[in-house]
Design a protein around this ligand. Structure first.
Ligand SMILES: *Cc1c(COP(=O)(O)O)cnc(C)c1O
Length: 450
């Protein structure tokens, strides 16, 4: 028995894996990883896989990055963790200072939680609680976009709209308003992305105009709905949304958990619309994918609505055991050091151009409906019929065929349904991008041949 197989057998006796029908592993191999270096993951039999999806979108500077390793090592010898209520520590302070400095002007307070979903819960609770403190008790609802995703805990799931994850749990979830998505996949032939995203805003405008008195906040993923099959929209939508939220007295929550830290071509996606949200949630790339951490940034105005004598009961009494964990903060500080000293955003432009060119040929593929890209995210949407955009039956699991082929070639290309996408660490090389494009081409040929 190979070392891989031995570990797989032990694993399947005791582990229950995330987002997985465990029965699939009767057929699909589970791949135990022994070590990582840069874009590469290496299993126990010595096979290597290029991590084209940054291990679920978190890793931005490669595995076992020496600079981030050093930052965590240094912190580990000082202090591994301490309660953040009543006590504080240097990495949390330094990280909050730096996040306030680099996020859109006006976001001046940083609240830490310990993963993306819990950060979304923080933003939702803070927004609701702000309106309670402002004596607006009728404001109890949230607005979300069709096809959105904000995590898996119950409130995060409630403000999401991906049926695959949500529908089973509907009876448990709070009621939300769902506005039509600005997702440009559905624009008319010849219609620009800007025109389509503008047109889709009408639905949002209507909800806000009619219901703003009961609405706390609108929550969006700026520019790319990642878990919703990497669907993309135009920044004009965010601009219109900011204006409408101001007009109607509603908060805007920007969930930049996946798109933050350079993914879409700017440090934060909101920059492309020139807007400042009332809450911005950051995670994933925040620690370069090393440790779980979420930062929720907000304004002084919101902070002040909670600041009062204890017995007014206005305080935000929300906590998680590992809030602001020093090791995670140290990883984030080392990550920000890399952004500061290396020309990451500029270099990514060259890599993104290369990626776009490498995917040109897919546009004419008879089973590709669209190739789309924002910076370091690119996606290829497979369809049964290119003209009518008739989709493949989901039960055929064609995206999975691309994934299986990629594994045999040494690439991790986990799909989203029939969408194959690339969201690589920023330390990928042009040659490695070409390799991934070749592997995806072969995989899509195989997956669509019957
Ligand atoms: C991943 C993700 C989350 C949830 O973060 P977790 O750390 O997985 O809980 C929330 N929002 C968006 C946009 C995400 O991509």
């Amino acid at each position: 028995m190979s070392a891989n197989q031995a570990l797989m057998q032990r694993d399947l006796k005791v582990l229950w894996h995330p987002c997985t029908q465990m029965k699939d592993h009767e057929r699909l191999p589970l791949i135990p990883i022994k070590r990582g270096e840069g874009v590469w993951l290496e299993d126990f039999d010595g096979n290597r896989y290029l991590d084209a999806i940054s291990s679920w979108w978190v890793n931005i500077f490669g595995h076992a990055n020496p600079r981030i390793n050093a930052g965590i090592h240094a912190q580990l010898d000082q202090l591994e963790h301490v309660i953040l209520a009543g006590f504080s520590h240097e990495p949390a302070v330094a990280l909050a200072e730096r996040l306030v400095a680099i996020t859109p002007h006006g976001l001046s307070r940083c609240f830490f939680s310990d993963n993306g979903s819990s950060g979304i819960e923080v933003a939702l609770k803070m927004s609701f609680h702000y309106w309670q403190n402002m004596n607006k008790p009728k404001k109890t609802k949230f607005v979300t976009l069709g096809n959105s995703y904000h995590g898996e805990t119950l409130a995060a799931l409630a403000v999401g709209d991906v049926d695959l994850y949500k529908s089973t749990y509907k009876p448990l979830l709070m009621d939300v308003f769902t506005a039509p998505s600005p997702d440009c996949f559905y624009r008319e032939a010849g219609e620009s992305e800007e025109d389509y995203s503008r047109r889709q805003f009408d639905g949002m405008k209507k909800i806000l105009a009619e219901h703003h008195e009961e609405i706390c906040a609108v929550i969006v993923e700026p520019l790319v709905q990642c878990a919703g099959n990497m669907r993309m929209y135009h920044p004009v939508y965010l601009k219109l949304l900011r204006e409408a939220c101001d007009r109607y007295g509603v908060h805007l929550i920007a969930d930049e958990i996946a798109v933050g830290f350079g993914r879409t071509g700017t440090l934060f996606a909101c920059e492309q619309a020139g807007i400042r949200p009332d809450f911005m949630a950051l995670s994933k790339g925040l620690t370069a994918g090393y440790l779980p951490l979420c930062a929720v940034l907000t304004t002084d105005e919101i902070y002040q609505a909670f600041y009062d004598d204890y017995d007014t009961m206005r305080a935000f009494l929300h906590s998680h055991s590992f809030t602001g964990n020093p090791l995670a903060c140290a990883a984030a500080l080392a990550t920000l050091d890399i952004f500061e000293s290396d020309n990451v955003i500029e270099n990514n432009k060259l890599l993104a151009d290369h990626l776009g060119n490498a995917l040109e040929r897919f546009k004419d593929h008879p089973h590709v409906a669209e190739v789309r890209q924002r910076g370091m995210i690119a996606a290829i949407e497979m369809v049964k019929d290119k003209k009518t955009r008739e989709v493949y039956d989901w039960k055929e699991r064609r995206g999975l065929r691309v994934y299986e082929h990629a594994l045999t070639r040494g690439a991790l290309l986990r799909p989203l349904g029939n969408v194959t996408y690339f969201m690589p660490p920023y330390v990928i090389t042009p040659d490695q991008i070409d390799f991934l494009a070749d592997v995806a081409w072969e995989g899509i040929q195989l997956a669509t041949k019957d």
